[in-house]
Design a protein around this ligand. Structure first.
Ligand code: NAG
Ligand code: NAG
Ligand code: NAG
Ligand code: NAG
Ligand code: NAG
Ligand code: NAG
Ligand code: NAG
Ligand code: NAG
Ligand code: NAG
Length: 644
């Protein structure tokens, strides 16, 4: 009651002072704020729904080394020849005869060729929902083979619908069974034609007459298209470019993939290194086998290539199926985490630093943030996290690396030591995201916070049902939450959306910043919110004084750098209106206005072939006078950034 009366008194005061109109007037101070985390807007990666294999990882062949499989959304160690199809009357099967290609890859594909065969025989691969065939790009294919064969292997893309061949490349092979495994590669080739769609297959074809009545063996197939920055075993170029354009300042490596479904399938950092023959892969947590081709060093290279800090995670003894490593059994896991950190941070004369140097990285990486586990607040994690798991890792890591910020995945953290932090993962509906605008206004200033995963997963106030609409309304709600994080970026260290990338053909309907098919990319409105917020971020927060209105329907946050002031505003369920902005101390008469909007709050972006983007980013110059600008909102749902 008392509150309502005070509000009424305030309103009547405003009416008296500003009798003409109730226009919102925001006055941005030139100082008086706090240092803002330089890495506030970041990214979180785990291999979920083919964001790694079949996504960002540049390998195009699916089931390249028979490392396991997935069915009905569950990954397993069952080996099969899925995604491979025989051609010319041959039989394909999984085989375990000796010698294996390597101890890590003990399963291979056998091809039996009937006696009397003539003409071409072989097989083709489906890729991950097809292949992108682009005549402007370079490709290379390879395979390991065991058996008697002298002849050529014709390697080419074919369009599944038209049957047209789209490329030619030949491996010349001359080997006997006694020689064991031999690797063959095509020369680098460019397709003769670009496919009009992604529905393409890749063929390996042999001279059947030379193989009639025989069996030959294959493993570790590969087709790579040229990669981001031309890295060997690197990233898919178009996806990595989109990611780089997002301008995220850190890469968090961890998540559910770190934990694994159950023992012994946690992420084992040391089995993701070196020659691909030495990476066994494992059943992943999101329904399919993980090849670990995109391993620890590939991720570190990715972060380096995009100029990102790394938030590294260590497995902390909790599996997704609630299995917890007992206190007595924990020491080897702590040792493994320490070895992981030595591998990354140790000089080349340490045991594990030397292993890193031998893999081509002589200089230690710079890492400032390490997270102990992932989401230990759920799946039965808290009792053991508080009782012994967190301390076991914290004490060992802190003793050796006192300057690392160590992050708890449970709030409050089991540790109150200065320099530790906590990671909170809100996955809520749209309305809750709007209400979280002030979530950190009253937070303790002693205790840094990471929002290393978040997403508005349902529209409006819905609490069940669809989890992936990713409408303009939801993106605006996320933007309001981020404004609150930015206002509090003296303690909010970083924010990153979960998930980063998903394969559209597998998971069209749940949230991700970016979705892809074999040949297309969908940038959601959440992508644009994060990109714009990262692109226009200052070094310090600055106070904003409002007259003519308070937070809602328009929300805001301001930052400044040495040369500019940035006022970010989000109109949420408001109307077209004009906000009067005063940048205190500025004599400027022009400003840049960047806006993101779409036809209505339920608009969504889509793949180019499914209607494309509904959202539009516009950049314009507006004129004002001596730091005073009238900023127009054209729509009731709009993100607007004024850069002065
Ligand atoms: C907006 O606020 C500033 C600072 O309080 C004031 O100087 C200015 O006159 C106001 N502008 C309008 C249009 O009300
Ligand atoms: C700066 O941080 C203090 C708390 O330490 C907070 O009260 C204040 O609102 C912050 N200033 C701005 C401009 O965010
Ligand atoms: C390719 O086209 C076939 C026939 O229409 C269809 O069954 C298959 O799902 C398509 N594959 C991809 C990856 O689009
Ligand atoms: C595609 O190329 C292979 C190998 O050269 C050949 O056997 C096949 O007939 C070609 N298919 C078409 C449709 O041209
Ligand atoms: C968790 O998974 C492991 C196998 O990875 C299994 O042995 C164990 O029983 C499972 N635990 C629960 C609680 O489901
Ligand atoms: C990987 O680390 C585990 C645990 O520390 C260890 O048992 C294993 O021998 C290591 N494997 C390799 C290939 O380094
Ligand atoms: C070897 O390690 C020591 C510390 O243990 C360090 O001072 C020295 O610089 C290292 N040498 C090289 C070549 O990395
Ligand atoms: C938008 O505002 C109207 C009232 O102006 C209200 O009825 C509606 O529920 C609001 N929608 C959302 C998503 O907040
Ligand atoms: C919202 O905009 C989309 C285009 O982005 C359009 O298809 C849809 O019909 C519009 N919905 C309403 C309720 O106007």
């Amino acid at each position: 009651m008392a509150y309502i009366f005070r509000k009424l008194a305030l309103w009547s005061l405003i009416f008296r002072l500003v009798p003409t109109a109730l226009a919102l007037n925001l006055s941005v101070a030139s100082s008086g704020g706090n240092t803002s985390s330089p890495i506030l807007y970041g990214t979180f990666y785990e291999d979920i729904y083919h964001s790694g294999d079949g996504g960002l990882y540049g390998e195009l062949i699916r089931n390249r080394a028979f490392q396991g499989s997935g069915s009905n959304g569950v990954a397993s160690t069952v080996r099969n020849t899925n995604y491979w199809h025989p051609v010319g009357g041959v039989t394909l099967s999984i085989d375990v005869s000796s010698p294996a290609l390597s101890p890590s890859l003990p399963y291979q594909m056998r091809m039996d060729i009937p006696a009397g065969t003539t003409g071409p025989v072989g097989f083709y691969n489906d890729g991950f929902w097809g292949f992108h065939v682009d005549s402007a790009k370079r490709y290379v294919a390879s395979v390991y083979m065991r058996g008697d064969y002298s002849g050529s292997i014709d390697c080419y893309f074919q369009n599944y619908i038209s049957g047209a061949n789209l490329s030619t490349a030949v491996m010349s092979v001359s080997q006997t069974a006694a020689e064991g495994w031999k690797k063959s590669s095509t020369p680098v080739f460019t397709p003769s034609d670009s496919a009009s769609d992604g529905n393409n297959t890749f063929y390996y074809m042999f001279d059947g007459e030379h193989l009639a009545g025989k069996s030959v063996y294959f493993n570790l197939f590969s087709v790579f298209k040229q990669t981001y920055k031309n890295r060997g075993n690197g990233l898919r170029e178009d996806l990595a470019t989109s990611l780089n354009n997002m301008n995220g300042k850190y890469l968090r490596i961890g998540g559910n993939e770190l934990e694994g479904n159950g023992p012994p399938y946690e992420w084992k950092w040391n089995l993701t290194l070196g020659d691909l023959k030495d990476r066994p892969g494992r059943p992943g947590t999101w329904g399919d086998v993980t090849t670990d081709g995109l391993g620890l060093l590939e991720m570190m290279q990715w972060a380096a290539d995009m100029g990102q800090e790394v938030l590294m995670s260590v497995f902390a003894g909790l599996y997704l199926n609630t299995t917890v490593i007992s206190e007595a059994a924990l020491p080897p896991y702590v040792d493994s985490a320490m070895n992981q950190l030595e591998f990354l941070l140790g000089t080349s004369n340490t045991t594990y630093g030397a292993k890193r140097a031998a893999l081509g990285y002589p200089d230690p990486f710079v890492i400032n943030y390490v997270e102990i586990g992932n989401e230990d607040n759920i799946n039965g994690g808290p009792p053991s996290y508080y009782a012994y798991r967190f301390d076991a890792f914290y004490n060992a890591i802190h003793a050796k690396y006192p300057s690392l910020q160590l992050i708890s995945t449970v709030n409050p953290s089991p540790s109150t030591t200065a320099g530790s932090a906590v990671d909170i993962h809100p996955y809520k509906n749209e309305a809750t995201f709007v209400s979280m605008f002030n979530a950190y206004d009253q937070a303790s200033r002693q205790y840094p916070v990471w929002i290393a995963e978040y997403a508005a997963i349902r529209p409006g106030t819905t609490t069940s049902g669809q989890v992936g609409a990713q409408t303009l309304g939801m993106a605006c709600a996320e933007a309001i939450f981020l404004l609150g994080c930015e206002r509090n970026s003296d303690i909010v260290v970083g924010t990153s959306y979960g998930a980063l990338i998903k394969h559209y053909d597998e998971e069209p309907g749940t949230v991700a910043v970016i979705k892809h098919t074999s040949n297309e990319i969908l940038l959601t409105m959440s992508y644009y919110v994060q990109k714009l917020f990262a692109d226009y971020k200052g070094t310090d927060t600055v106070p904003v004084t409002a007259t003519g209105g308070g937070f809602g329907p328009i929300y805001w946050s301001a930052t400044k750098s040495s040369t500019s002031t940035f006022l970010k505003m989000v109109n949420y369920n408001g109307s077209a209106t004009t906000v009067s902005v005063t940048i205190q101390g500025s004599m400027k008469n022009t400003a840049t206005l960047i806006t993101l909007t779409a036809p209505n709050s339920t608009s969504v972006n889509n793949l180019p072939s499914h209607g494309g983007e509904a959202s539009k980013v516009t950049t314009s110059t507006i004129t004002g006078s001596n730091g005073v600008f009238q900023v127009p909102f054209t729509s009731g749902y709009e993100v607007s950034i004024l850069a002065v």
